[in-house]
Write a protein that binds this ligand. Structure first.
Ligand code: 13P
Length: 253
């Protein structure tokens, strides 16, 4: 049985005091974190405070991106060593917004995934097709290529512990969720691709999240699907009450 993983991606939202208030509320009301991995991926400026404030709770903190090098002259960037030192455990890699606005590619995502593993962080690798690609029937091909490039050079153990987030770009922040069946179909394509690149055993171990307008109202149906092991959530992770409902659904999945 794969353990569900619900991760909030706050993107560039919240002030420091709002972030702290959210964490204080959520950490005391967590469901059984033996049954669900609960992660908040916060803006880099909050990571130190938030990591310190979740110590001894089941809530984990993640970053939204990182640089692949451990240090260097890269103005404005954050390294995996710096994240690890703060107690950050997860890092989102290759989110479609990073690809769209910050020129990230499958190749840079792959370098970052490898670096995250090397430095003891758990990467969440994002893949997903655009509306145009979906409408022209290219979804399967697109995500397979993203998986093949994004998972290049990983060991079988690393591949098995990777979290993959399938986020169709047209469903992000639009209120248009993929149907549970459509999301499951693509997550199944991803799992088959992992099987062909590594092994059936690795594919059974890898956790695949769906992301794109996930809310308390639709999460149960999504998590009920065979290949969907969790959710990467933007908007509905910003309010403690709604994030807690998502975690509850994860713990009961
Ligand atoms: P929304 O849940 O706001 O659609 O965002 C999804 C997302 O991009 C999570 O990484």
């Amino acid at each position: 049985m794969r353990k569900p993983i619900i991760a909030g991606n706050w993107k560039m939202y919240k002030t420091a005091s709002e972030a702290s208030a959210f964490i204080e509320e959520v950490k005391t009301a967590l469901p059984d974190t033996g049954k669900v991995d609960a992660v908040i991926c916060a803006p880099a400026v909050f990571l130190q405070n938030l990591s310190a404030s979740v110590e001894q709770t089941g809530l984990k903190i993640g970053a939204q991106t990182m640089h692949e090098e451990k240090e260097g002259a890269f103005t404005g960037e954050t390294s995996p060593v710096q994240l690890k030192d703060l107690g950050v455990e997860y890092v989102i890699i290759g989110h479609s917004e990073r690809r769209q606005y910050f020129n990230e590619t499958d190749e840079s995502a792959n370098r970052k995934v490898q670096s995250a593993f090397e430095h003891g962080l758990a990467p969440i690798l994002c893949v997903g097709e655009s509306l145009e690609q979906r409408e022209s029937g290219e979804t399967g091909q697109v995500v397979e290529a993203q998986i093949e490039k994004g998972m290049a050079n990983l060991s079988a153990d690393q591949a098995a512990s990777l979290v993959i987030a399938y986020e169709p770009i047209w469903a992000i922040g639009t209120g248009k969720t993929a149907t549970a069946e459509d999301a499951n179909e693509v997550c199944g394509i991803i799992r088959n691709k992992v099987a062909s690149l590594f092994s059936g055993e690795t594919a059974q171990a890898v956790r695949i999240q769906y992301g794109g307008s996930v809310k308390p109202a639709n999460i149960e149906e999504l998590l009920g699907m065979e290949h969907i092991d969790g959710a990467l959530v933007g908007g509905a992770s910003l309010e403690a009450e709604s994030f807690l409902k998502l975690l509850e659904a994860g713990a009961n999945a």
